[in-house]
Write a new protein. Structure first.
Length: 208
């Protein structure tokens, strides 16, 4: 049986009322796409390739806001993003090209405020970021499994380091703007035992 080949720049499927419900075509840069439409003509899902060859799927709500995207870049990295009713991305999960996973949570203004990632060698890191997207605190494990807490200033520079060395020795260090240690805890500090009666008095003391 001879095959029939139909060539065109675009195909459109319409319902009984003549409304376009699906379109297969090429974008302005000749990148192919498939879009699905609701009865009112709004695009609810679109799958396509961009000029670089990266693939992406976008899903929209009835107001036309993109609520979820799934993408695969040409370098092998992939991502899943979820948006709110205003179309702002609020959560994003991704894999870097080498396979390192990252989970990011964003404020309603679109700025990332929380990031959890696992490095290629397996070390996890939790990062808290300010309204400018700068990391201000990082909690993680070093390659050998030692816990480390880093506090950074608004320029992203390390100022305080707290953790455990590989042998279990506690480490506390203050760092200046040039990255040089200004003070380190080298001697053990005695911690007094808590007094239950004093703690109870504090807990029940009325505010001044």
């Amino acid at each position: 049986m001879k095959r029939t080949v139909v060539k065109a720049r675009a195909f459109e499927l319409v319902d009984d009322d003549g409304n376009i419900r699906a379109r297969l075509g090429l974008g302005s840069d000749d990148s192919p796409f498939l879009s699905l439409h609701d009865p009112d003509g709004r695009v609810r899902a679109r799958f396509g390739l961009d000029a670089s060859g990266a693939a992406g799927l976008a899903i929209g709500d009835e107001e036309g806001k993109v609520r979820a995207t799934l993408g695969l870049a040409t370098d092998g990295s992939s991502s899943l993003a979820l948006g709110d009713k205003n179309g702002k991305i609020r959560a994003k999960f991704g894999l870097a090209a080498e396979g390192s996973p990252t989970l990011g949570l964003q404020h309603r203004d679109g700025e990332t405020r929380f990031v959890f990632s696992i490095a290629q060698q397996g070390s996890p890191t939790l990062s808290l970021q300010d309204e400018d997207g700068k990391a201000r605190a990082r909690l993680g494990l070093a390659a050998e499994g030692s816990p480390v807490l880093r506090l950074l200033n608004k320029e992203g520079e390390l100022r305080v380091l707290l953790g455990l060395a590989s042998d279990g020795t506690p480490v506390l260090q203050f760092v200046d703007k040039d990255g040089d240690p200004t003070w380190s805890a080298t001697e053990p500090v005695s911690v007094p035992e808590s007094d239950p009666e004093s703690e109870a008095a504090v807990a029940t003391e009325p505010p001044s």
